[in-house]
Design a protein around this ligand. Structure first.
Ligand SMILES: *[C@@H]1O[C@H](CO)[C@@H](O)[C@H](O)[C@H]1NC(C)=O
Ligand SMILES: *[C@@H]1O[C@H](CO)[C@@H](O)[C@H](O)[C@H]1NC(C)=O
Ligand SMILES: *[C@@H]1O[C@H](CO)[C@@H](O)[C@H](O)[C@H]1NC(C)=O
Ligand SMILES: *[C@@H]1O[C@H](CO)[C@@H](O)[C@H](O)[C@H]1NC(C)=O
Length: 355
């Protein structure tokens, strides 16, 4: 009010120029913020969601052996809803600025306990990056040195956890000392399962590879008349959890361990995953939304398994021969394990319900 038409037009023009300028500065600020955040410099500020997405995608693609060019193409496709101006959303940034770090957490055991399933469940989490294969560094390849080990690790950005799993670490005598000398703060996850069913499952797997194997009872007993158990047979030895744990507790306090129930991983995967994520200091991202129960199979399945279009389910593989093991053999084995199981419950303060 109270201005001539010309003066008003002038004021309006002035205003337009001003808002253009502020948009320009806002863009510059946005640019700088994004660039810094993608480099991991603003750890306390939540990173933009697409950073997680593209980085997570990158890990998947790397595992599938796809080229970086393809990876960026795909990343762009998935983030098509993002503004084109957000050029820093270029996953090569993760490749350039991401670093290969020693694992902060290792799944150290046990064979046939459900370690593969656990790692696959964890992989859904955007803040977890894990080695695909089992590195076997602390048991087989320790001579190659820590730097060799580090090069096996995936690149991670700030705030992401590097992980690996090698179930034989738990039963390797030198492993505790070696892991300790890498990093005494390493978090250790052990997936345990009823040692009797574990032994049968272990034997069944070996049987598929070498069908000429002696019977279960021939291997389990040193003397079948007396019922003396052969503890040198690995299928039996692995299940003596208390003994192996004793070895680890010489180097690590109990607080560094998480014992995951292989049984509960099947009956309540989301609940067990909640414990794992809490232990790792992660947000509870993997929840019951990620699982469904296949009634036919009788096992839980992952809705979106990593690097596969097929649903990934826990539980027995189909088509494996199922050896008939006499009931008295299993009973004898159960008796054998009972004191070790009770000792293990006492050491861990957890009752796994096997004894
Ligand atoms: C993706 O990579 C594969 C193998 O390197 C190549 O054959 C294919 O042409 C690439 N696709 C695109 C879209 O770049
Ligand atoms: C990613 O960023 C680099 C460096 O800024 C650039 O050279 C490259 O072309 C970008 N790639 C894509 C797919 O945008
Ligand atoms: C098994 O134990 C019984 C009773 O002690 C003994 O007589 C037999 O010789 C043993 N068999 C073997 C193969 O050691
Ligand atoms: C459930 O399991 C059965 C048997 O393995 C399989 O044939 C079927 O496709 C599965 N269904 C779903 C929805 O995963």
């Amino acid at each position: 009010m109270g201005c001539s038409a010309g003066a008003c037009a002038l004021n309006l023009g002035h205003l337009k120029a001003q808002s253009k300028l502020s948009v320009f500065f806002t863009m510059i600020l946005l640019f700088m913020y994004l660039f810094y955040c993608l480099n991991g410099y603003c750890e306390s500020i939540p990173r933009p969601v697409y950073d997680h997405q593209s980085n997570h995608l990158q890990s998947r693609l790397q595992e599938e052996g796809l080229s970086a060019y393809n990876a960026s193409q795909l990343a762009r496709k998935t983030s098509h809803d993002l503004d084109n101006r957000l050029q820093p959303n270029n996953i090569s940034i993760a490749n350039i600025y991401g670093a290969r770090k020693f694992p902060q957490a290792i799944i150290i055991g046990v064979k046939k306990g459900g370690t593969r399933a656990l790692l696959e469940f964890l992989r859904i989490h955007p803040d977890v990056r894990a080695v695909g294969a089992e590195p076997h560094f602390f048991d087989r390849f320790y001579e190659k040195g820590l730097e060799w080990y580090r090069t096996l690790m995936p690149r991670t950005l700030e705030g992401q956890i590097t992980m690996e799993k090698t179930p034989s670490y738990f039963i390797t005598k030198e492993a505790p000392r070696r892991v300790f000398s890498m990093d005494r703060h390493t978090k250790l996850i052990v997936v345990v399962r009823d040692p009797v069913t574990r032994a049968v499952s272990d034997y069944t797997q070996t049987l598929t590879k070498s069908p000429g194997l002696p019977s279960f009872q021939n291997l389990a007993f040193r003397n079948s008349t007396t019922g003396l158990i052969d503890t040198s047979w690995s299928a039996v030895r692995i299940g003596i959890y208390a003994k192996h744990l004793e070895n680890w507790l010489r180097y690590f306090p109990l607080s560094k361990f998480l014992f995951v129930s292989g049984e509960r991983l099947v009956t309540d995967p989301a609940g067990e995953m909640g414990r794992v994520q809490d232990f790792l200091g992660l947000k509870r991202v993997v929840t019951d939304k990620h699982f469904y129960f296949n009634q036919t199979k009788g096992f839980p399945c992952l809705k979106k398994p990593e690097g596969s279009s097929r649903p990934r389910c826990l539980g027995k593989s189909k088509g494996r021969p199922h050896p008939q093991i006499p009931a008295h053999v299993l009973l004898r084995l159960r008796d054998f394990y009972r004191p070790f199981n009770l000792k293990f419950y006492q050491m861990t303060g957890q009752d796994f319900g096997w004894a």
